[in-house]
Design a binder for this molecule. Structure first.
Ligand code: AMP
Length: 110
């Protein structure tokens, strides 16, 4: 059974894709928590950080984040977040990074 994000990657569920390459696909979060809120998802299904393999598409998430941030004009800064498991607030069991920008971020996060 493909994950929600695999279905988006395969075009079965619509999303506003802002970037894609052979390793990752990035699209706007449906419930943004910042003026810019993009999810960066490896094409390969990995449940989360807890089951991360040594190699694979996920290794390109950081590079994609840099490119997307440049493309979206986030020169003043941004935040990259990965939620893992229940306590981390993860709701979709397909590894993804949240790229958040367009406002000043708070620390510590909630
Ligand atoms: P997480 O809670 O870290 O697992 O993040 C999952 C994110 O996926 C949440 O921020 C949701 O708003 C987002 N999301 C859920 N369904 C969709 C969808 N169909 N298109 C875009 N983003 C989605």
């Amino acid at each position: 059974m493909p994950t929600l994000f695999t279905r988006i990657i395969q075009g079965e569920i619509p999303a506003e894709i802002v970037y894609q390459d052979e390793h990752v696909v990035a699209f706007r979060d449906i419930q943004p928590v910042a003026p810019i809120h993009v999810l960066i998802v490896p094409r390969t299904e990995i449940e989360g950080l807890a089951t991360l393999p040594e190699t694979g598409d996920h290794l390109r998430i950081l590079n994609a984040a840099k490119i997307i941030a440049e493309q979206l004009g986030l020169g003043n800064g941004y935040r990259l977040v990965i939620n893992q498991g229940e306590d981390g607030g993860q709701t979709v069991p397909h590894l993804h990074a949240h790229l958040l920008g367009g406002r000043k971020m708070n620390w510590p996060p909630g």
